[in-house]
Design a protein around this ligand. Structure first.
Ligand SMILES: Cc1cc2nc3c(=O)[nH]c(=O)nc-3n(C[C@H](O)[C@H](O)[C@H](O)COP(=O)(O)OP(=O)(O)OC[C@H]3O[C@@H](n4cnc5c(N)ncnc54)[C@H](O)[C@@H]3O)c2cc1C
Length: 382
């Protein structure tokens, strides 16, 4: 499918794209079935990505990162989506967790944790959602209460991406349970040295089969008071609100890349497969369906690119990021569903990438804030 070159692309990013494409084709594509069966990527994959400098691309070099911008993360995300990999949780690790540390960590915290995340020695996770609710963050139950120079964390989290492998978890907890949003703080737990920390099940999902989405339990886990992110307690909710636009843009970028990949895959298929003595592409229904899908891809690409440019300029606001998230994920689900239809029965077979793309797409409307919550955010801004 003819796609336009995004205006934010540069020669430097072209080189990164080439490196990322080769990396995914060589190191991810051949292992996807095995990763799905074991419900996680190989730990060595993180190390290989670290050795190639693909982790923490937008974190400053002085902390071991790539010294790039969000555009570097976007290129990596696009290439991951293009090759059909949904197992590797780098968007959470590099695109989200590392940015909480970089934005709110002290100099000492950044030097302690970011180089390990950039090398792959540490895998990062963020634990917001709880069994009792994910959308209503103000009412989380996990507590982090100060005792001397420590915090004692108790509670449970669920649906945590990278949960089975995480060495560092940013935990969203109430430091003042009597308060709503202003009682929330973010604390870092290093899982290797945290008695009372326990991983639960790696959850069975309808898609993202190779991603270790897990339950985490905190039974009076003690962390040094220095592991608080920010200059004081009660800043967690604001920190989340500041970082969520990037998380939502990450989902939008992956979604548009997924849309483009699905249309390209389907075009190849319908030019090859025949029915009633002619290629599927010759049927008007096939042509019209793909014409619609290609148009939706183009429109979505234009909007997501506009958001990437705004974010690079430091101007992406919360409602616009919410628009990008709900719009692109809805389009992704619709387009991939149409593509599955054009594959016929093969579109339902998990050995076909389009079937896996269909199952992987569904959650995009749910996580990162559900699309209903996105519409609430947008509506409030009107
Ligand atoms: C594969 C996967 C990976 C995930 N990774 C992470 C992770 O790394 N870290 C993390 O913290 N979380 C993660 N999540 C959790 C995810 O963010 C939550 O599932 C999501 O925020 C929704 O929360 P919930 O599941 O509790 O649904 P609920 O909040 O119970 O919502 C249920 C339904 O009610 C609707 N609803 C709720 N409130 C409103 C309202 N005010 N107005 C209208 N409708 C409303 C919702 O839109 C939804 O349709 C992940 C989830 C999945 C499935």
């Amino acid at each position: 499918m003819p796609t336009r070159r995004s205006a934010w692309m540069t020669e430097d990013l072209d080189q990164l794209r080439g490196l990322a494409r080769t990396f995914f084709e060589k190191e991810a594509v051949p292992h996807q079935e095995r990763w799905a069966a074991q419900k996680q990527v190989d730990r060595g994959f993180w190390h290989k990505a670290g050795e190639l400098g693909l982790l923490c691309l937008s974190i400053p070099e002085e902390y071991g990162g790539g010294g790039g911008t969000f555009a570097h993360e976007a290129v990596l995300l696009e290439e991951q989506a293009r090759c059909g990999d949904s197992a590797w949780g780098n968007s959470v690790h590099s695109g989200i967790v590392a940015h909480y540390l970089a934005s709110y960590g002290t100099e000492e915290q950044k030097r302690r944790w970011l180089p390990k995340m950039a090398s792959g020695e540490y895998v990062g996770a963020i634990a917001m959602s709880e069994p009792g609710g994910g959308s209503d963050l103000q009412n989380i139950r996990t507590r982090a209460l100060r005792h001397g120079d420590e915090y004692v964390i108790s509670g449970s989290k669920t649906f945590i991406t990278n949960g089975a492998q995480a060495d560092l978890v940013v935990v969203v907890a109430k430091t003042d349970p009597s308060q709503g949003a202003t009682g929330i703080s973010l604390l870092v737990v290093e899982t290797a040295d945290a008695p009372g920390f326990r991983r639960g099940r790696v959850l069975d999902k309808i898609g993202l089969k190779g991603q270790d989405t897990a339950e985490l339990f905190f039974d009076d886990v003690r962390v040094p008071a220095d592991n608080l992110l920010g200059t004081g307690e009660g800043q967690g909710f604001i920190q989340l609100m500041q970082q969520l636009p990037q998380e939502r843009l990450i989902i939008a970028v992956a979604s548009i890349a997924g849309i483009e990949a699905a249309v390209a895959l389907t075009l190849d298929y319908v030019k090859d497969r025949t029915a009633f003595g002619r290629e599927l592409i010759k049927f008007q229904n096939t042509r019209f369906t793909l014409a619609e899908c290609a148009t939706e891809a183009r429109v979505t690409r234009a909007f997501v690119d506009e958001c990437v440019e705004a974010h690079l300029a430091g101007e992406l606001d919360v409602p616009t990021a919410a628009m990008a998230k709900w719009w692109s994920t809805e389009r992704l689900c619709r387009v991939v569903d149409e593509c599955v239809q054009l594959f016929g029965g093969y579109g339902y077979m998990t050995e076909y990438p389009i079937a896996r793309a269909w199952a992987d797409a569904r959650v995009q409307k749910i996580y990162g804030g559900t699309n209903e919550i996105m519409k609430e955010i947008i509506a409030r801004s009107l």
